[in-house]
Design a protein around this ligand. Structure first.
Ligand code: PMP
Length: 336
C-alpha cells in the first residue's frame, strides 16, 4: 500500500517546467529562464526535500505507521511534509514563525497539519524558535520524528538528485548561471553541487535579505561580530549557519531589501502578468540591483529559481494597503 502511494507521490513531485522569460531576457540582454517550482503538488520546491526526508525516515524505521512527522518551516516544507505524510497514513505537526503568511497558514490548516506559531526561526539555541519547539515536541512524543530540514542531508540530496539534473537536461547542458534564494541552503547547495560537477565554470549565486549572515560567512568563513534583524522576506535569510548550507558550491551571495523586493514583485506583475513569490521576487531584485556589476552576455543561459508562487503572498506582497515606496527612483527601473 505504502509502496504504491510512494510511487504515485514521487510521480508528481519535480520535473517542473523551465520557461524562457522574454521580457527579462530583453531587459538584461541575455537569456533568462525561470524554473517554475509552483507546479509541484504542494505548489513549492520544498515538496522535493519533504519527499526525500519522509522516504528516508520510513526506510530507516525512524517512525512507526501512523506516527507524527514534525517540522520547523516557513510554511512550504511544512505543507509538503503534511501532504505526503497524510497520503502515507501519518500525521504532521508543523511549527511556523509568526512571519508566515496567512495564505500559507490557511493551506496548512486545510491540508490537515497541526500548527503551532512560534516567535522566530532563529535556530535550535533559541527557546522561542520553530526549530527548538519542533525538537522539544519530537523528544516528548515517542512516535514523532523531527525531519529537521536545516540539518537533514536529504534536503541537499533532493536537489542534487532532482533539481540539478532537471535544469542540466532542460538547458541541454548550456546553463551558465544559477540564481536562487537561500533559507536552509538545501536548494543552492544540492543544485549548485550537481551543476558544478557537470561544468565547474557555471556560476552559482545566492540571494538573501539584507542583514542575513550567509554572505558574510561565504566571504570570511566566520560569523559576523554582531547579528542584526534581517529584512523579512519569507523563506530566505538566516542568523545561523544551517547544516544544509554548503558554501563549497556557491560563488557569491547578493543581499536585497524588503522594499525593493516588494516593488519589483508588483512591477513584474504589472508588466508580465506573472505573480512571483516573495523569495522569487528577491531573486529578481538582485538582478535589478546588481545589473551593472553582473557581467551577463548575450549568449549566457541564466536560470532563476522560483520556489513558489505570488498567490501565497497576496496579503503581504501584493496588497497596496501595505505598500512601501520604492527606494529606487530612476525612470526606467523595472520597465519589463
Ligand atoms: N523560498 C521559499 C519561498 C522557501 O519556502 C524556501 C525554503 N525555506 C526558500 C526560498 C529557500 O530554500 P532553501 O531552504 O532550499 O534554501
Amino acid at each position: 500500500m505504502i509502496k504504491k502511494d510512494n510511487i504515485l507521490i514521487s510521480k508528481f513531485i519535480g520535473n517542473t517546467p523551465l520557461r524562457r522569460c522574454d521580457a527579462l531576457s530583453t531587459r538584461y540582454h541575455t537569456n533568462i529562464f525561470i524554473k517554475e517550482e509552483f507546479h509541484n503538488p504542494g505548489m513549492s520546491a520544498k515538496d522535493r526535500p519533504a519527499l526525500f526526508m519522509i522516504k528516508d525516515a520510513i526506510a530507516k524505521n525512524k517512525i512507526k505507521p501512523g506516527g507524527i512527522f514534525v517540522e520547523a518551516s516557513s510554511g512550504n516544507t511544512g505543507l509538503g511534509i503534511t501532504l505526503i505524510a497524510k497520503k502515507l497514513g501519518y500525521c504532521a505537526k508543523i511549527f511556523v514563525s509568526q512571519s508566515c503568511s496567512q495564505e500559507k497558514i490557511d493551506l496548512l490548516t486545510k491540508a490537515g497539519a497541526y500548527i503551532e506559531i512560534c516567535e522566530n526561526s532563529n535556530g535550535l539555541h533559541d527557546f522561542n524558535s520553530t526549530q527548538f519547539r519542533a525538537q522539544s515536541f519530537a523528544s516528548d512524543h515517542p512516535n514523532a520524528y523531527f525531519t529537521n530540514q536545516y540539518y537533514n542531508s536529504q534536503n541537499i540530496r533532493a536537489h542534487y538528485k532532482t533539481t540539478g539534473p532537471e535544469i542540466w537536461e532542460q538547458t541541454e547542458g548550456n546553463i551558465t548561471h544559477f540564481i536562487a534564494g537561500i533559507g536552509t541552503g538545501g536548494t543552492i547547495s544540492g543544485t549548485g553541487r550537481f551543476l558544478k560537477e557537470q561544468h565547474s565554470k557555471i556560476k552559482v549565486w545566492g540571494v538573501e535579505p539584507r542583514g542575513s549572515i550567509l554572505s558574510h560567512f561565504l566571504q570570511h568563513r566566520t560569523l559576523p561580530d554582531q547579528t542584526v534583524a534581517f529584512d523579512q522576506i519569507e523563506g530566505i535569510g538566516r542568523n545561523f549557519i544551517p547544516g544544509s548550507f554548503d558554501a563549497a558550491y556557491i560563488d557569491h551571495i547578493f543581499q536585497v531589501d524588503y522594499q525593493e523586493t516588494k516593488h519589483i514583485a508588483n512591477e513584474y506583475y504589472t508588466q508580465t502578468g506573472f505573480t512571483a513569490g516573495f523569495s522569487s521576487a528577491a531573486v529578481l531584485a538582485s538582478l535589478e540591483r546588481y545589473r551593472d556589476r553582473i557581467p551577463l552576455t548575450k549568449t549566457d543561459i541564466v536560470v532563476l529559481f522560483f520556489p513558489d508562487h505570488g498567490s501565497r503572498y497576496m496579503s503581504k506582497l501584493y496588497n497596496e494597503r501595505v505598500h512601501h515606496p520604492s527606494p529606487l527612483q530612476t525612470s526606467d527601473h523595472f520597465n519589463f
